[in-house]
Design a protein. Structure first.
Lengths: 482, 220
């Protein structure tokens, strides 16, 4: 199978700028996308959703995508990866993207998709001065330490917010920090655009204050939208107190390949301003994409769609399941495997910069949560993903995460990289952790201040004891932790 | 009951209707529903047994990850179709009215996955559901609830900044003098039972399955 002009699994193709200009057509512009959201064919929600299901079901059969069995957590079948990528490409070509605002379909040609894949960068420069960092696409079974976003994407109260930011910025490996949500600002409930705009700017104010207090003023921050209205997305653009050109913004496509005009408006503005963009590009198994095999198809199509529609180049990618995101079950057969196929395909055939969103079903301060985080962090280097924001899947205010889970995530991923774990060995380790988690139920966990000391930047003694216990278990399983 | 329909034959017919719904075989399900009528079986039995059992089984299969949201939508459509065939043969004064729920993701929020899931599971659970979609203003929700004579309004919100719009619906209902007319159930990622109590909602669903049980409880 050939995907003309894009990587075929080898070293990155080097394309000089002048060559790129001469030989290759440019990526479809955001203004083209904007026009198509106004002129594409009309499509009703239910028609679209069922069309997604039908198309993806057909592609799963056509490309023979099948979960090999319960013991497979990491894919080692490269031929399957190739077929999965072909399926994802065809999915985007056949479906396009549904604009939720205008209820119109944005069609894309195969050439437009392939050009976008070729043109996308493989590295993003972010931050300023000595806090400047390069975020890179990773290799499957890579031997370089991963980039890290340690936290947020979680709600906090305004009293805690700046202190929490400072704590995350104090983690030496932090490359950028994402913002957070909150229900009150200056003691007022946030409702309606004026308060949302004010709250958005306060979020950035607290982020900038937090990184300054940690002694890392140049550290990149990423705006986590308070809401997805255009005014909320754009109002934070402010080099002095808000989002700098070297910072980023989260502009995610919705599940089932759906986009919004407000997000596109923001993408157009930030494209000119220069900030980098992130997207939540995982697929949700159990939804309209179908099971884990269908989620592979959407999981590959979605980051490509986000790249074209919003110019997102960094993505948290892969596959999650409706039941795990709802904390109904800790593990479901095939989800880890599907995630692995998606990321291997994106790494092999595109420049997509992938991240593993660590999203345990258990809350902070619990043994189950640390085991889940270990499992998910181990997957990252094996599948070529960076590390992103561990937090409880059912996060509520002040309850989603502490900096300690981020440090644990880094420790585990580093150990896997340093030990040189390959996919086979990784699979065995994951199987052992899964065995340990068998029969366990998601644990609710604790609020950040109950299990973590934000002043001295360390876990409470009981949480530390749990950590040492989990660490011993993993060492026994074969992970070489210090 | 038709002279030829033995209790055994009746059970087989009702089971075949159930299985056809679970397998989402539209043609077979329609045919089985018609056979139930021809055989002189009380159509209310088919509704209370075949459709209810099918809904329970589909719910279990979804819970195990064997079925997906798309299947629940298809099952919901099929159950409506089969119910219509059966209800045609029930005298109007003996028809059990389905409880009606209007559901929406509140204003300012375009997240649909959770709301869609609750919507299809409620439908499979025997409710008549009117799904208004996402980013729906309070007055539009209330207007629709009045139009369809809803028993309950179900509100979803994924963003902490759109949770207040759930409260707004309850406040609008109160100021319009309609609060006692509609029960209100809320849910969504950051929403908690404490918040539901705080804003005066009648029910809260942590997830789709809990929402169905909660709706049954609140509307009992």
């Amino acid at each position: 199978m050939k995907f003309a002009g894009i990587n075929q699994g080898g070293e990155p193709q080097t394309v000089f700028a002048h060559e790129r200009e001469r030989k290759r057509p440019p990526m479809i512009s955001l203004l083209d996308i904007a026009e198509r959201t106004q002129t594409g064919e009309k499509v009703e929600d239910k028609t679209w959703d069922m069309c997604v299901f039908q198309t993806i079901s057909e592609l799963v059969k056509k490309y023979d995508l099948k979960f090999p069995g319960n013991c497979c957590f990491i894919n080692t079948d490269d031929a399957l990866v190739e077929r999965a990528f072909a399926a994802g490409l065809e999915c985007l070509e056949r479906l396009g993207i549904c604009c939720l605002t205008t209820r119109r379909r944005v069609r894309l040609t195969r050439d437009e998709i392939l050009t976008a894949i070729r043109e996308a960068p493989r590295e993003i420069l972010m931050g300023e001065g000595r806090d400047q960092r390069v975020w890179k696409q990773r290799k499957v079974e890579g031997r370089e330490r991963l980039n890290v976003c340690p936290g947020h994407h979680s709600p906090y109260t305004e009293e805690l917010a700046p202190l929490v930011v400072k704590n995350f910025a104090q983690i030496p490996r932090t490359d950028f920090i994402e913002g957070f949500n909150f229900t009150k600002v200056d003691g007022r409930e946030i409702i309606g655009p004026p308060l949302e705009v004010y709250a958005s700017r306060r979020q950035l104010g607290w982020m900038r204050e937090g990184v300054r207090k940690a002694g890392r003023p140049g550290l990149a921050v990423v705006y986590y939208p308070i809401n997805t209205r255009a005014e909320d997305l754009i109002c934070v653009m402010d080099p002095d107190h808000g989002l700098r050109r070297t910072d980023g913004i989260l502009l995610s496509l919705l599940p089932d390949l759906k986009m919004e005009q407000d997000m596109l408006s923001a993408a157009i503005v930030y494209e000119e301003y220069g900030s980098f963009k992130l997207s939540g590009s995982f697929a949700l198994a159990g939804g309209f994409c179908g099971g884990v095999e269908g989620a592979i198809v959407e999981g590959i199509a979605k980051p490509l769609a986000a790249m074209i529609a919003y110019r997102d180049y960094i993505h948290y990618t892969g596959v999650e399941h409706i039941h795990t995101l709802n904390a109904r079950q800790i593990l479901l057969p095939g989800v880890n495997w599907a995630r692995s196929v998606v990321n291997q395909a994106l790494n092999r055939y595109t420049n997509t910069i992938c991240m593993r969103w660590i999203i345990p079903t258990s809350g902070p301060g619990t043994e189950i949560s640390l085991l889940e985080i270990a499992m998910q962090s181990l997957e990252a280097p094996l599948n070529g993903m960076n590390l992103y924001a561990p937090r409880h899947c059912r996060t509520t205010v002040n309850h989603g995460q502490t900096p300690f889970e981020a440090e644990w995530m880094i420790e585990v991923a580093d150990a896997a990289v340093d030990q040189g774990i390959d996919r086979q060995t990784g699979n065995e380790l994951l199987r052992r952790i899964a065995q340990r988690l068998e029969g366990e139920k998601p644990a609710q966990g604790y609020d950040v201040t109950e299990c973590y000391d934000l002043v001295s930047h360390k876990p409470k003694p009981e949480y530390e004891r749990i950590y040492l216990r989990v660490k011993d278990q993993l060492k026994e399983m074969g992970l070489e932790l210090s | 009951m038709d002279q030829a329909t033995t209790p055994q034959a009746e059970k087989e017919l009702l089971d075949s209707l159930k299985v056809a719904i679970v397998e989402i075989d539209n043609e077979r399900a329609r045919e089985a529903a018609r056979k139930v009528i021809t055989a002189g079986i009380d159509p209310r039995k088919a509704i209370s047994y075949s459709i209810k059992e099918a809904a329970d089984e589909v719910g279990k299969k979804f819970d195990c990850g064997d079925l997906f949201i798309a299947h629940l939508v298809m099952v919901g459509d099929l159950m409506d179709e089969v119910s219509a065939i059966l209800e045609e043969n029930i005298p109007s004064d003996q028809l059990t009215k389905k409880r009606i729920i209007v559901i929406a993701t509140v204003q300012g929020d375009v997240h649909s996955v959770g709301k869609n899931l609750v919507s299809v599971v409620l439908r499979a659970g025997g409710f008549e559901v009117h799904d208004l979609g996402v980013d729906v203003p309070s007055f539009q929700i209330i207007q629709r609830a009045k139009e369809v004579k809803a028993d309950m309004i179900a509100l979803s919100s994924l963003l902490t900044t759109t949770m207040p719009y759930q409260k707004e619906v309850i406040e609008d209902l109160t100021s319009m003098g309609l609060r006692s007319r509609f029960k209100v159930m809320i849910g969504g990622g950051p929403v908690t039972r404490e918040y539901a109590v705080q804003i005066g909602a009648d029910g809260y669903g942590k997830d789709a399955f809990e929402a169905v049980e909660e709706a049954k409880r609140v509307l009992a």
